[in-house]
Design a protein around this ligand. Structure first.
Ligand code: NAD
Length: 491
């Protein structure tokens, strides 16, 4: 069935899959609504088994030629891909604002420049991939990083463009061919990425995009024995299914999952700075995996901290993400709104005290008030589970040991924030069991640095060389320094 091209303002975007260098339509489709006002954006193709099959076949067919190019030969393709993303910058901004509810200002100043950089940076970094060699007395070990094959990339709705490019950059630069399965609640910018790849002249089959549901398209992709890697960002429950399916074929997975990260404020912290940073946890309406959502504040300063953060939060502008002055936008979907409200209601019924917020924001049904709950116990659901909305909890502590114990007292281990005198904060942060932690800061990300979580927050690291290690088969080519003498007694 031919689906109509979506028109968002004056931007045209294809509802179809992109397979083997061409748009491919679907018999079935699903409705796409905007989180801003639940308005219908259009219909998107729902992939069937035939789309999964042809996308994998196309990626397999493209692999020998793409993988045999040197990184230097792939560089111009990927730089053109980055250029084509840059040329469509405003379209990417408007589309993701409309289908995911991400602030237009954040798309313009953060996400789109970063998406361009994701492609460019890894394309450049791949040039030095083959230089990792080890020399000993006996031999030179040339450590090759050979592309693994067909890579499946599955992403969530809270950062579709950023996450797709963060994975496509290194996967393509290393010489793999890719199949991207976009999030069904926010698929538009991934469709536009296919246009950018096409305009850049990426050979057919190098990048394929199959739209559709997780339990249908996603599940089929990850269970296929022809694939070589799965890079997944999303929830813990989905990760378990993916790991099982890929595990059956012994296909390695990189799993970047949820978080319930601590935001620690020590007694020697700059309280106002910590409070201003704390308010950033409402960014993207709290739909951010790496946000520090559990505030752990030293008892002696907690009243002053709460007063300072309240003053900042009262000034936050909740509203339409298309308005450049908005700071907190909508929740992605009515189902997610109900889920978040359910967490708040159960916490309050269980004895938690609302310090601010607690319900819908008058701006609209999809908008929630920035919320802070105190009087919670470590074992409470609201402290243990990822809410993925603008809901934070506050606990106090009397010693560093207690802060560390509370910080480590969940099944998650993604990130963290620690405010305090630098040496003191560093000492405490070193004891927090997470994949990363920011000292007196938040959200500093560098493409060369590793990113990922421990415990339920994930398996593996992406970023810098960690991405290449995952997307490549590492091979040791051993060149002896002296003539080798065959001997049975040689170790
Ligand atoms: P989700 O797990 O429901 O979906 C993520 C993706 O997986 C979607 O594209 C979905 O279609 C697909 N999927 C669903 N079931 C599948 C299956 N059986 N097989 C294959 N694919 C399947 O997550 P979500 O609700 O879209 O996103 C929110 C979650 O993502 C939160 O837990 C958040 O913390 C996490 N997240 C983590 C990071 C990180 O880097 N650690 C970043 C952003 C979001």
């Amino acid at each position: 069935m031919r689906l109509e091209t979506l028109r968002v303002d004056d931007i045209l975007v294809s509802p179809d899959h992109y397979i083997d260098g061409a748009r491919v339509d679907s018999e079935f489709s699903f409705e796409l609504l905007s989180p801003i006002d639940q308005g219908l954006l259009g219909r998107i193709g729902e992939g069937g088994p035939e789309h999964v099959d042809s996308a994998i076949a196309a990626a397999q067919k493209a692999f020998p030629t793409w993988s045999r190019l040197t990184a230097a030969e792939r560089l111009p393709y990927l730089n053109r891909f980055a250029d084509e993303i840059g040329k469509r910058a405003e379209a990417f901004c408007r589309l993701e604002c409309r289908d995911a509810g991400v602030l237009l200002s954040r798309m313009r100043h953060g996400v789109v420049p970063r998406a361009v950089l994701n492609i460019r940076w890894f394309a450049e970094a791949a040039l030095t991939l083959q230089e990792r060699s080890i020399e000993t007395d006996q031999a030179v070990h040339r450590v090759r990083h050979d592309p693994a094959g067909v890579v499946v990339i599955i992403t969530p709705w809270n950062a579709p463009l950023m996450l797709a490019t963060w994975k496509l950059g290194p996967a393509l630069a290393a010489g793999n061919t890719c199949i991207l399965k976009p999030p069904e609640w926010a698929p538009l910018t991934c469709s536009l990425l296919a246009d950018a790849a096409h305009a850049a002249g990426l050979p057919p089959g190098v990048l394929n995009v199959v739209q559709g549901g997780g339990s249908t398209v996603g599940a089929r992709l990850v269970a296929d024995p022809r694939i070589a890697r799965v890079s997944f960002t999303g929830s813990v429950s989905t990760a378990r299914l993916i790991a099982q399916a890929a595990g059956a074929n012994l296909v390695p997975c990189s799993l970047e999952l949820g978080g319930k990260s601590p935001f620690i404020v020590l007694e020697d912290a700059d309280i106002d700075l910590a409070a201003a940073t704390g308010a950033l946890m409402y960014r993207n309406a709290g739909q951010v995996c790496l946000a520090g959502t559990r505030f752990l504040v030293h008892r002696s300063i907690s009243d002053r901290f709460v007063a300072s953060m309240r003053a900042v939060v009262e000034q936050l502008r909740v509203g339409d993400p298309q308005d450049e002055s908005t700071e907190v936008g909508p929740i992605i979907h009515p189902r997610q709104v109900e889920r978040v409200l359910g967490y708040i209601d159960r916490a309050v019924a269980g004895g938690a005290k609302l310090l601010w917020g607690g319900g819908r924001h008058p701006f609209g049904a999809q908008y929630l008030q920035p919320t802070m709950l105190a009087g919670v116990e470590q074992s409470d659901e609201i402290v243990q589970n990822e809410v993925f909305g603008p809901v934070l909890t506050l606990q106090t502590f009397a010693s560093d040991e207690e802060a560390v114990e509370l910080a480590n007292g969940t099944d998650y281990g993604l990130g963290g924030v620690c405010y305090g005198e630098q040496a003191h904060a560093t000492e405490v942060a070193d004891q927090v069991r997470t994949g990363f932690i920011w000292i007196n800061s938040f959200g500093i990300r560098d493409l060369a640095a590793p990113f990922g979580g421990i415990k339920r927050s994930g398996i593996g690291r992406e970023g810098g060389n960690w991405s290449f290690d995952f997307f490549c088969d590492v091979k040791d080519v051993v060149l002896p320094k002296k003539p080798f003498r065959p001997s049975f007694s040689h170790r």
